[in-house]
Design a protein around this ligand. Structure first.
Ligand code: PLP
Length: 449
């Protein structure tokens, strides 16, 4: 083991990692385009956009230069009582790209804080009403993931990562989440969506008056395994929730900035949320930044002569100028590099490659949405299960960076990925799948795959 890896073991506590059993981490020293390079010069296709943050490729010079110029001009200033050009410019450009009437951008520094700010906005929105009512419950989807701070954990508790903290979390009702995949019979989808809508109707009859807000990941639940649901179902569910006057929060921390095929998933759902959370890809994957964007009626509920009615929430690095400069540059690239056209091409390639694999005997519930493709192994496995580690190692040895979620393998590439890159990835994946299936002893190899 080389020197800095042993120092890593001594001093670095890695996220979502059981240090006692984990493989040595990959020693990555450089990134370029869709590739990462280790200290031996071996390259890896970053098929998961470095945990869903990278958009235009690693070390993209346009964003790197924007950050560098900003660092030489104004690296940081507090955002209470002060403003700066990049925060204003990015907020303005972002709002131009969002559906009206989303208009008021609250900055923070990661996805969890973007969600916390949204939850607090919704709570205080009700508290600030002239005749405040007691609302103590949130509504969320089973399997939703919203981050790792306490509020975010509460609304994502059913995603299964939070056993040690269960007793500390606040009250949330979890609605059934109907999933769809390629070839799932439409009758089954109708049945599961009808069941979910029935659950919702019953729930709203009893609890609408005490519900603070409904928070959801639109179209695709990321961390619980790239689980997809039809836009038509969301539109109906959200229509029922809105009819009760309950604010809707879209957590687009993962789905935002093109992942689902449109710049934001909200465009496909046909419902504009009262509050929208963004982070991850917001800076193109260069720096931590989060935003919580509110409609005017939410923002206006905080206006008063009384400071206690304001949103008394903030973070030291709120609207950090480097982050804002990166975010602005990244969003500009969508125009100058025609990123949405690339996204359309990637979506088509993903659909084709995934469809080719759909009949593989080792797989079930193959699915895609925009640039995201997911395949489920025919085995049950929890997060961090050894089967995921095995696939990760096999694929890394072949020059592809994957990080399965339980038994779900997925590909969520940066938008500079080429058809050749994806062809290579799926070729390697097929070989590894064949090997796994044979080793499972569940089937004999055949010429079929
Ligand atoms: C990753 C994620 C978060 C949390 O973001 P962090 O920056 O990791 O705190 C919240 N919501 C969704 C949907 C996410 O995918």
């Amino acid at each position: 083991m080389n020197d800095w890896l042993s120092l890593d073991r001594q001093h670095c506590w890695h996220p979502f990692t059981q240090a006692q059993t984990a493989e040595a981490p990959l020693p990555i020293v450089r990134g370029q385009g869709a590739y990462l390079f280790d200290d031996q010069g071996k390259r890896y296709l970053d098929a998961i956009s470095s945990w869903w943050v990278n958009l235009h490729g690693h070390a993209h010079p346009y964003i790197a230069n924007a950050i560098s110029a900003q660092a030489h001009t104004l690296e940081q200033v507090m955002f209470a009582g002060i403003t700066h050009p990049k925060a204003v410019a990015f907020a303005k450009l972002l709002v131009q790209h969002l559906p009206a009437p989303l208009a008021h951008v609250f900055y923070s520094d990661n996805g969890s804080t973007a969600v916390e700010a949204a939850l607090k906005m919704a709570c205080q929105y009700w508290g600030n009403q002239p005749n405040p009512t007691q609302r103590r419950r949130f509504l969320a989807f089973q399997g939703g993931y919203h981050g790792d701070t306490f509020g975010a954990m509460s609304v994502g508790r059913s995603s299964g990562f939070y056993a040690p903290f269960g007793d500390w979390l606040f009250a949330v009702d979890f609605m059934p989440y109907p999933t769809q995949w390629q070839g799932r019979p439409s009758r089954e989808i109708e049945e599961t969506t009808d069941q979910a809508l029935g659950w919702l109707a019953h729930h709203l009859d009893h609890h609408a008056h005490e519900t603070v807000a409904f928070i959801l990941e639109p179209l695709v639940q990321g961390a619980s395994g790239m689980r997809m649901t039809p836009a038509t179902f969301l539109e109906r569910a959200l229509g029922m929730v809105r009819a009760c006057g309950i604010p809707i929060i879209f957590d687009e921390v993962m789905t935002g900035f093109g992942r689902t095929g449109t710049l934001f998933a909200t465009e496909q759902v046909g419902v504009v949320p009262d509050i929208l959370c963004l982070s991850k890809g917001i800076t193109g994957g260069f720096l931590p930044l989060g935003v919580t964007v509110a409609q005017p009626h939410i923002y206006q509920a905080f206006l008063s002569n009384d400071v206690a009615k304001a949103l008394l929430h903030g973070h030291s690095y709120t609207a950090n100028p480097l982050g804002c400069a990166a975010a602005l540059a990244s969003l500009e690239l969508f125009s100058t590099e025609s990123t949405l056209t690339r996204i359309a091409a990637i979506s088509e390639w993903q659909k084709n490659y995934v469809s080719e694999l759909a009949d593989h005997p080792a797989l079930r519930q193959v699915r895609y949405c925009g640039t995201i493709a997911a395949l489920e192994l025919k085995t049950d496995a929890d997060y961090g299960a050894s089967v995921g580690q095995w696939f990760r190692q096999q694929m890394a040895a072949r020059g592809v960076l994957l990080r399965p979620l339980g038994n779900t393998l997925y590909c969520l590439p940066p938008y500079c990925v080429t058809e050749d890159d994806l062809h290579f990835l799926y070729q390697q994946l097929r070989t590894v799948l064949n090997q796994w299936w044979v080793e499972q002893g569940s089937a004999q190899p055949s010429g079929l795959f």
